[in-house]
Design a protein around this ligand. Structure first.
Ligand code: APR
Ligand code: MG
Ligand code: MG
Length: 196
């Protein structure tokens, strides 16, 4: 994927028909548990293993000429996460920002975040195998390890060395910082420690 540049929602919606649009969402919930009874989990953050072997966020291509960005996003979330996604009904208030990418195709990505209760989050996970795209576009859901283990590499640094779809790695890092799910200093350390 080529260089990506931020742009406003209205600039994005004014782009011509030569541009495709995609909407993805980071869904998360506070999670009080501790790994091995010691390492605080902090939050559960949802990503998925995709059909192409890369990690990404649920969502996909939308057509802003036939409905709102959020209509398209909610349809994709239902296809990829199952009927449990229907009550979430993401809205403009969940919108975080947009980026444009020129190559390999002209694409505008729109990103959303929504805080759920842990019960809602678990209900989504439990219903996900009944999603229309389960086993097709979506090979399974994963939670992102937000901690760094004592060896300095296990946890988030190693997770970040996976292959990610589009701008998903950047979207993950940016939103973990903005939402305060991982302190900025710990994020920078995780990026630096991520095995190449
Ligand atoms: N997560 C996933 N994909 C992202 C992300 C992200 N955070 N950010 C940008 N993308 C890019 C992907 O690289 C992809 O090119 O957005 C584009 C569309 O997203 P998908 O989720 O792959 O689209 P979807 O509509 O769900 O369809 C899946 O089916 O029609 C085919 O080839 C088409 O890739 C598409 C696939
Ligand atoms: Mg899809
Ligand atoms: Mg998709």
């Amino acid at each position: 994927m080529g260089e990506s540049r931020p742009l406003s929602r209205s600039e994005a919606l004014q782009l011509g028909p030569g541009w495709r649009h995609a909407c993805h969402a980071l869904l998360y919930a506070p999670c009080p548990g501790r790994l091995f009874g010691v390492v605080p989990l902090g939050h559960a953050v949802l990503m998925q293993m995709r059909f192409d072997g890369r990690l990404g966020f649920p969502g996909g291509f939308v057509d802003p000429r036939t409905g709102s960005l959020e209509d398209g996003l909610n349809r994709e979330l239902q296809e990829e996460l199952g009927p449990g996604a229907a009550p979430l009904c993401l809205a403009e208030g969940d919108y975080l920002g947009s980026c444009r990418v020129e190559a390999p195709q002209r694409l505008v990505t729109h990103f959303y975040t929504r805080r759920l209760s842990l019960e809602q989050f678990r209900a989504l996970e439990e219903g996900a195998t009944r999603a229309q795209e389960h086993g097709l576009e979506v090979m399974g859901l994963v939670r992102v390890p937000l901690y760094t283990l004592r060896d300095g590499v296990g946890g988030l640094p190693t997770f970040l060395s996976n292959a990610f779809a589009g701008g998903a790695r950047e979207q993950l890092l940016e939103s973990l910082g903005i939402l305060g799910l991982v302190p900025e200093a710990q994020l920078s350390e995780a990026v630096a420690a991520s095995p190449k």
